[in-house]
Design a binder for this molecule. Sequence first.
Ligand code: FEO
Length: 387
Amino acid sequence: MNNISNAIRYVGVNDHQVDLFEGQYPVPNGMSYNSYVILDEKVAVLDTVDIHFTEEWLANLAAVLDGRKPDYLVVHHMEPDHSASIAAFLAAYPETTVVATAKALAMMGDFFEGLDLTGRSLPAANGGTLELGAHTLNFVFAPMVHWPEVMFSYESSEKVLFSADAFGKFGALDAPETDWVPEARRYYIGIVGKYGVQVQAVLKKAAGLDIAMICPLHGPVLRGDLSLYLEKYTAWATYQPEEEGVLIAYTSVYGHTRAAAELLAKTLAEKNCKNVVLCDLARTPVSAAVGDAFRYSKLVLATTTYNAGIFPYMREFIDHLTERCFQNRTVGLIENGAWAPMAAKVMREKLAAAKDLTWLETTATIRGGLNEASRAQIAAMAEELAR
Ligand code: FEO
């Protein structure tokens, strides 16, 4: 992995210590913080790494530099998983010029008290270039992908897009290889899902570039046929389902709501519905459940009435969906309530912010356990979902 090409080298690190990335996303296969070096007449280092890996990264860097001094540190993104080692880098290589958007340069002062960049910073312009010799970095601003100061760089001689957080995935690079899509989806929807409009804007800019390779700040370098990655990003950024399917997301206290969810799944299976997925929200990381909600075209929510509202895991799940602009899906509701069922009303109100939802005509109401009436409602829901 050290050599991306003859001139472009990988100097990133793998993190197997982190339990929750960004304080909330479980990463059972760890995380990579990618950093690259371009060796040309001028030497550019692209991004740094998380604070826990500064020494390892500086050692990787020194090995690749082999005695040369970096001319530029290009900072694409100021979130600390990539920027935390800037001060240590500048202490080791004080003559380096820092290249970043004006917003990122301002943030550097906020993150590193007393850091003096006088005479050694170069604000990047949107559409501007940095000549390294045979290699040229072309800057493409990518605001809100995933912070406002972000930019991408396109290296035109080797056709490499350095895409900051975009096209990244969860998982360290020395972990057993997994399919790109599931962990890239969970990463994208969780972290950047709210900013689909901005991602669409930058994808439009990228469409005008001839890209042979994508070098993100997390996860593997992407090369060869890039169409799958672009297709997935287009679906996610435009809030289109990836495929036909039904996610049945439920919470259950004594098993009765789960029984209703399972009955719906079984009925859908009997109708040969594809991709019917049951998800117990109390026992599934919310980021995985949110990923599946964005993946499939239909969503059924089943929960109990609880403290005159809804069960906490369902409340959190719906908040995660609406914060990420969940939209453009078919949605059905199953509520449980022994004496005053109101979960369906609360769920519908909570989803009022979501655009372009098509609601099932049938809502199922369970008063304690399933009975003839609620079974008939589940059957009617299945009928609608299978249409
Ligand atoms: Fe990987 Fe937004 O930082």
